[in-house]
Design a protein around this ligand. Structure first.
Ligand SMILES: Nc1nc2c(ncn2[C@@H]2O[C@H](COP(=O)(O)OP(=O)(O)OP(=O)(O)O)[C@@H](O)[C@H]2O)c(=O)[nH]1
Ligand SMILES: [Mg+2]
Length: 338
C-alpha cells in the first residue's frame, strides 16, 4: 500500500510524518483507511481525554494546563482542537493557538486542529482518526478540545475514553446548558474560574443535579444515535456488574494552574475504572462496537448511492413530478438492493 512507509515513519515517532498522516486522514485521501488500520493497534494504547463546555469557560486554558502537567510527567502529548466553524473564521482557533503557545515549541507536544465536517461520519470520524494518528506517533495522552454546542460537537466526545465538562460561573445559563446534552457526556465536571463569585454555588447546583439524575445514569449516558445498534449494544452494558462510575465535580482556576493535579488524578481514576472494571470495559467495548456500526452506516450508504446513482436519479425525478410518492419509491429501491 502507498502509505506503508508513512505508517512506519509515524510509528517511529516522526513528527513530520505524523503531520502528513493527519492531512491524509483529515482530507480522506485514497488509502487513508489502510493507513489508519496500520496505526490502529499502536494508537489503542493512547489515553484520549475530551474537554468540552460552553464557549469561553476556559477549556483551552485548562487543556494547556493539563498538557503542562503531563509534560512534567515526561509524557508525549497530543492535542486535537476541534473547531466547529470554518477554518478561515479565525477567532476561536487563533485564541487557542495563543493560549497553547507555550507548547508549540515543545517537540513532544503535537497540536492539530480539525475543522472538516466532511462525509463518512463528519467531525467525530475525523477527530477519532486524527487522535489515533497522534496516539500512533507516540502520544500517551491525547486531549480533544471542542465547544459543547450542537450534537456534532457532543458526538465528538464519544471518541474519548473520558470527558471533562468544563463549566464556569457567570456564563449565564450554565446549568441550563449542562442539562442539554453536556450533562450526559460528563465523566468529570470541572468548575473553572473558581476565583470568581458564583463558582461554589455552581458546583453545588451541579452536584445536586447529579444526585437527581443518578437514577438514569449509565442508561441514558452515551446512547447510540442509531436505533438499530442500540439495543444490541446496550444489553452487554446493563448485564455487567457494578460499580457504575460516579461523576464528580471539582473546582479549579485554570488561569493560575490551581486544582489541575486533582482533576488529572480524577481523570486517571476514571480511566482506571473504564479499563480495569467489568462495567467500564463493557462501556468502552460498546463504544468500539458503535464505531463499527457508524462506519458501516456511512460506508454502506455512500457505496449504495455511488453504485445506483442513475437509478436514484430516475426515482427522484418521478417523485419530483408526482408520478410516485417518496414512500413507495424508496421502499422499492431498498427492496431491490437488499
Ligand atoms: N478568572 C478566570 N479567568 C479564566 C480562568 N481560566 C480561563 N480564564 C479566562 O477565560 C477566557 C476564556 O478562556 P479560554 O481558555 O480561551 O476558554 P475556552 O473555553 O477555550 O474558549 P473557546 O475555545 O473560545 O470556547 C480567557 O480570557 C481566560 O484568560 C480562570 O480560572 N479564572
Ligand atoms: Mg478554546
Amino acid at each position: 500500500v502507498a502509505h506503508e512507509s508513512l505508517a512506519a515513519a509515524v510509528l517511529a515517532g516522526d513528527t513530520r510524518a505524523a503531520a502528513r498522516a493527519c492531512r491524509v486522514v483529515d482530507e480522506a485521501w485514497p488509502g487513508h483507511a489502510e493507513l489508519l488500520a496500520q496505526l490502529y493497534s499502536a494508537a489503542r494504547s493512547a489515553w484520549l481525554i475530551g474537554v468540552t463546555g460552553s464557549p469561553g469557560v476556559g477549556k483551552s486554558t485548562l487543556t494547556s494546563r493539563l498538557v503542562e502537567a503531563m509534560r512534567n510527567d515526561g509524557q508525549r502529548v497530543g492535542v486535537v482542537a476541534v473547531d466547529p466553524s470554518s477554518p478561515f473564521s479565525g477567532g476561536a482557533l487563533l485564541g487557542d493557538r495563543i493560549r497553547m503557545q507555550a507548547h508549540w515549541a515543545d517537540a513532544e507536544v503535537f497540536i492539530r486542529s480539525v475543522a472538516t465536517r466532511g462525509a463518512m461520519g463528519g467531525l467525530s470520524r475525523t477527530t477519532a482518526d486524527v487522535a489515533r494518528v497522534l496516539g500512533a506517533w507516540g502520544a500517551s495522552v491525547v486531549l480533544i478540545e471542542t465547544v459543547g454546542v450542537g450534537q456534532d460537537e457532543l458526538d465528538v466526545m464519544r471518541v474519548a475514553h473520558g470527558t471533562l465538562v468544563v463549566q464556569a460561573p457567570g456564563a449565564g445559563d450554565d446549568v441550563q446548558a449542562a442539562k442539554a446534552g453536556l450533562m450526559e457526556c460528563a465523566d468529570v465536571f470541572a468548575v473553572n474560574k473558581a476565583d470568581l463569585p458564583g463558582a461554589e454555588a455552581l458546583a453545588q447546583q451541579l452536584r445536586a443535579m447529579l444526585v437527581l439524575g443518578h437514577v438514569t445514569a449509565g442508561v441514558a449516558r452515551h446512547g447510540s444515535s442509531h436505533a438499530h445498534g442500540v439495543q444490541l449494544l446496550r444489553a452487554s452494558e446493563a448485564d455487567s456488574g457494578n460499580p457504575e462510575w460516579e461523576v464528580s465535580v471539582l473546582s479549579c482556576v485554570a488561569a493560575r494552574g490551581e486544582g489541575i493535579n486533582e482533576l488529572l488524578s480524577e481523570l486517571r481514576r476514571h480511566y482506571a475504572w473504564l479499563t480495569g472494571t467489568e462495567r467500564g470495559r463493557a462501556r468502552w467495548g460498546q463504544r468500539l462496537r458503535e464505531e463499527l456500526v457508524q462506519r458501516l452506516y456511512a460506508g454502506l450508504s455512500s457505496a449504495l448511492f455511488e453504485r445506483h446513482a442513475p437509478e436514484i436519479e430516475r426515482a427522484a425525478e418521478e417523485v419530483a413530478n408526482g408520478a410516485v410518492d417518496p414512500y413507495t419509491a424508496s421502499a422499492a429501491l431498498i427492496e431491490r438492493w437488499t
